[in-house]
Design a protein around this ligand. Structure first.
Ligand SMILES: [Zn+2]
Length: 79
């Protein structure tokens, strides 16, 4: 399920709210990044709300998939 883009009330950055199931929702950064699966990596969120563990892919890496970074990790942090 695709989230709607909004702005974070705390830091003003663009965020998406992904909802799935009945009550579940997660706030993520608006832009997806390419993620390489890695069990020791960070937690990312797919379009459908499922979780993936991985790390941000270097340019040119194969076998990546687009995922969102949970906004709680970047809220208030300048890019
Ligand atoms: Zn924020």
């Amino acid at each position: 399920m695709k989230g709607s883009v909004e702005r974070c009330r705390k830091c003003g950055k663009k965020i998406s709210v992904i909802t799935w199931g009945v009550y579940r929702k997660v706030v993520v950064d608006a832009r997806t990044i390419d993620v390489v699966p890695d069990w020791e990596g960070e937690e990312f969120v797919r379009y459908d709300g499922s979780k993936i563990r991985g790390r941000e892919a270097e340019p040119g890496t194969l076998q990546t998939e687009p995922a969102y970074r949970p906004h709680r990790k970047t809220c208030g942090i300048e890019e």
